[in-house]
Structures are given as C-alpha cells and as structure tokens.
Design a protein around this ligand. Structure first.
Ligand code: G3P
Length: 193
C-alpha cells in the first residue's frame, strides 16, 4: 500500500513540473498561460516564437508521462497501480501543484503515459495525430482525433483492463480540456501551425 501511495505521489509531482512554464520563464518569454492560446504546451510555445524551445517542452512533457509509468513497471506492481500512476502524472500536468493547479491540456504528457503503458498503442495514437496534422495542420484537431480513437485502440492492443480504463479516462479529460479549441474549430477560428 505504501509503495502504491509513493508511486502515485511521484507520478503526480513529476507530472506537475510544467515544462512550458519552466522553459518559458527561463527563456524570459513570460507565462505561456497568459499569452497565445493560454495553454502551457509545446504548440503554444511554438506560437510564441521558438521551435527549439517547443521541442524541449515536447520532450520534457512526454518524458514526465513515460518515466513514472516505467518506474511502476520496473518495481513490478499490479496493472491497476501502473494505470493509476499514469493518470497521476497526467493529472499533475493538468492540475500542477507547483503552478496554482492551472496546467495544460495533456497532449504530450498523455502520449508519454501511453508510451509507458504500451508502445504499440502510443505508436498507433501518434500515427493518427500525424495523419490528421499532415492533412489539416491543426494541432488541437490532431489531438482530438487521436484522443477520441485512443480508447478503442487500447481495447484492441492492450490486454490489461485497468490500463484500458485509464486510457479512456485520460481521453475524456483531454477532450474536455480542449473545449475552447472545439468551439474555435466549429467557428472556423482555430489557427493552423
Ligand atoms: O497540444 C495542445 C494542443 O492540442 C492545443 O494547443 O495552444 O493550440 O490550444 P493550443
């Protein structure tokens, strides 16, 4: 039980390290939550003008999803604990304890968590993101399509029920965090990258 609690706490704390806020502050770009789309994520950092910093944010946010899940696999805990650790890291990104619980939409961290859960699943979800992005060049639309299909892919590719359920929960939160993007997509105001 103690191991489970510690792993969940590690997941949440690591997830709370918002790469976009940290990187933007260090680079003197200010707070990404008050600029562009207001999302502390790689797309918004790119929008604020830096490809290099956006790549760092993408890597940082992805890693903080993968690492806690890998740690849990490495310790050999049950699948429901691994599922919980992934969700804890994801929720840390959405509601970071270090940044007033005002975090991002969870795309890169969600991908990292999926990579930790199952690399074939992550590869399938990433392929959908890339395909939609290649066609429309809209980051949010790509994330929405990938997230909407992720639970179905998980049901097909992942044997553990707990992890399938975690993927579905993750997808629901991710879609819900994109409400503003969905509104902009329907009104034709969502920008292309
Ligand atoms: O990665 C987040 C993306 O789906 C939307 O970001 O900044 O366009 O709201 P943004």
């Amino acid at each position: 039980m103690l191991t489970t609690l510690i792993l969940l706490l590690i997941g949440y704390v690591v997830g709370s390290l918002s790469s976009a806020i940290i990187v933007a502050r260090l680079a003197g770009l200010g707070d990404p939550r008050t600029q562009g789309s207001g999302n502390p994520g790689a797309t918004n950092i790119l929008r604020l003008g830096s490809k290099r910093l956006a790549a760092v944010v993408l890597l940082g946010d992805t890693l903080k999803g993968i690492l806690p899940v890998w740690l849990a696999w490495g310790i050999g805990v049950e699948a429901w604990v691994i599922a919980g650790v992934g969700l804890a890291a994801f929720w840390g990104h959405l509601y970071p304890v270090f940044f007033g619980f005002h975090g991002g939409k969870g795309v890169a961290t969600g991908l990292g968590v999926l990579l930790g859960f199952s690399w074939p699943l992550a590869l399938a979800v990433l392929s959908i993101w890339l395909l939609v992005f290649w066609r429309w060049r809209i980051s949010s639309l790509s994330a929405l399509c990938a997230a909407a299909l992720a639970p179905f892919l998980a049901w097909w590719l992942v044997p553990e029920t707990a992890i399938r359920v975690a993927v579905a929960v993750l997808a629901v939160f991710l879609l819900w965090r994109h409400q503003d993007n969905i509104r902009r997509l329907f009104s034709g105001q969502e920008g292309r990258v």
